[in-house]
Design a protein around this ligand. Structure first.
Ligand SMILES: *Cc1c(COP(=O)(O)O)cnc(C)c1O
Length: 499
């Protein structure tokens, strides 16, 4: 449709007066980021920021404008070199995705459009629904399943616990609060493995159920939740008058990448009439890799799945997601009514339900776009192959560790995470030595592992999440650990007393 032209700009807006100049500057900014991504291997993975660079960010609020070119120069000089470095193939700490240039471009488009995905009648929300449809398909969920982008799996797990809470206590809990409910009903208790991410406990805290109401079930030798112990704990709680309402299984624990026996957990949840939630922060997307998907058997029976596209999905931060089997139950946990959010059958206020009916966020960005671009441009199979390759690289590292007499593997490698240590001459010095080795490797810029504890022992931990990481990168990590370990672990020479 053609509309009459609007009046020419009368000044005062924040738009440039010279678009050609902005365009040229914008192209330089984009080029710098392409150069950054194309030249990652020539950079250190990470380097500590000098004190003066850090101090530069304590400047007072700027009252006067400065040029975009100057701000960009500052970014290149003082910000870009001192990020964590998770785009780099040598980054193996925590669970960080590497991102892609395609994702970066999509994020730029989303920022230009500046869509607010809280609701209303717009195709960007249809793009988010497309992701939900694709995830239903991937996880074998029914048509009635709902999905929602959130910041990350910490938030997705919180949404999962809130939906489970409303499912157990009914919608009135939203009015009375948990305190109002506990007078008339038994206290709700939830179950997760001793190796679960702490955000599950945090979700219990935030929802008012309390961390005391989360039972940490022991794990087997492979760090998987022990179903017999789970059944026993549920029985004991029922006996004591508690109301077991939620089992939170993990598909890929953060420490070692273990996968709980999801099928058995689904059976127990069904027998006990409980909600079955899966924290699949990185692991759930193993469904994209045909060789790995069978490891997740049972995930298709979950009531809700929390996971991140920004980890194994390679989508730039942030892009967490929650999928709920029964969309009506999901909506009942969040839906509110307000005159300024009323729904219509035509015009901008049509196309209900809206994403804001499924979670705590009203204003929300267009996270779906970078995810849609990533899935569309690469295709699910290629992303699945990248996921499978990270597991191959992890197995390569595990073999290297097994072959080096100085190194010791501390946990089985279920997926993409390798926990190992440098053997200290003095076993009591092991934790201290391996902490120091991990720090020195990080500071070397060669690789960036993190640390964790496995059965109480401090481990150097390499989580291969980035699609760029190749066997040669974990070889470099191994070589650096051996070299630095030999330097730091060498017995201190006896000090000769001077005559
Ligand atoms: C990373 C992770 C989380 C937290 O996810 P965020 O996206 O960082 O909020 C939760 N659980 C597991 C198993 C994780 O690996």
């Amino acid at each position: 449709m053609t509309l009459p032209p609007t009046a020419p700009p009368s000044g005062g807006s924040l738009d440039p007066t010279d678009w050609a100049e902005l365009r040229a500057q914008g192209h330089r900014m984009l080029d710098d980021m392409f150069d950054y991504l194309a030249g990652l291997r020539e950079r250190p993975v990470w380097q500590p920021a000098p004190a003066d660079v850090r101090a530069g960010f304590s400047a007072p609020l700027p009252r006067q404008p400065s040029s975009l070119e100057a701000a960009h120069g500052r970014f290149m000089r003082d910000i870009l070199p001192y990020a964590v470095g998770n785009a780099h193939p040598g980054f193996m700490g925590w669970v960080h995705g590497g991102g892609t240039a395609v994702g970066m471009l999509a994020e730029t488009l989303a920022a230009g459009l500046n869509a607010n995905l809280g609701g209303r009648n717009q195709i960007p929300i249809e793009v988010e629904r497309q992701i939900t449809r694709w995830m239903r398909e991937l996880f074998g969920f029914p048509e009635a399943a709902s999905g929602l982008f959130v910041t990350g799996t910490s938030m997705a797990n919180l949404v999962g616990v809130l939906v489970a809470r409303a499912a157990a206590l009914g919608q009135p809990v939203r009015r009375t609060g948990v305190a109002g409910q506990t007078r008339s009903t038994a206290r709700l208790v939830a179950y997760t493995s001793a190796c679960a991410h702490t955000c599950i406990a945090q979700a219990m805290d935030i929802t008012g159920l309390g961390t005391d109401a989360l039972r940490l079930i022991p794990v087997d030798r492979d760090f998987r939740m022990d179903p017999a112990a789970l059944r026993a704990a549920i029985a004991a709680d029922r006996q004591a008058g508690f109301q077991p309402f939620l089992i939170a299984g993990t598909a890929g624990t953060v420490d070692v990448g273990a996968i709980d026996p999801l099928d058995v957990l689904a059976d127990i949840a069904a027998d006990e009439g409980m909600w079955f939630h899966v924290d699949g922060a990185f692991g759930a997307l193993a469904m994209l890799a045909p060789a790995l998907a069978p490891l997740l058997a049972g995930i298709e029976r979950a009531d809700s799945i929390a996971f991140d596209f920004h980890k194994w999905g390679q989508v730039p931060y942030d892009a967490g997601f929650i999928l709920v089997r029964d969309g009506a139950t999901h909506r009942a946990a969040f839906e509110t009514s307000a005159a300024y959010l009323s729904r219509e059958t035509r015009g901008l206020a049509a196309d209900s339900p809206w994403p804001c009916d499924y979670g705590p966020d009203l204003s929300r960005g267009f996270r779906a776009l970078k995810t849609w671009f990533t899935l569309t441009v690469y295709g699910a199979d290629q992303l699945g192959a990248a996921i499978a390759r990270t597991c191959d690289v992890a197995r390569h590292l595990a073999r290297r560790v097994a072959d080096e007499p100085r190194l010791e593997l501390l946990a089985p490698v279920a997926l993409n995470i390798v926990c190992f240590r440098y053997r200290a001459d003095d076993p009591h010095a092991s934790d201290r030595l391996n902490t120091a080795i991990a720090q020195a490797v990080q500071e070397s810029g060669i690789a960036a592992p993190s640390t964790t504890r496995v059965n109480g022992t401090l481990a150097i931990r390499a989580a291969i999440v980035n699609h760029r990481t190749a066997p040669a990168d974990v070889d470099r990590l191994c070589d650096a650990v051996l070299r630095i370990g030999a330097e730091l672990g060498a017995p201190v020479p006896e000090v000769q007393s001077t005559p």
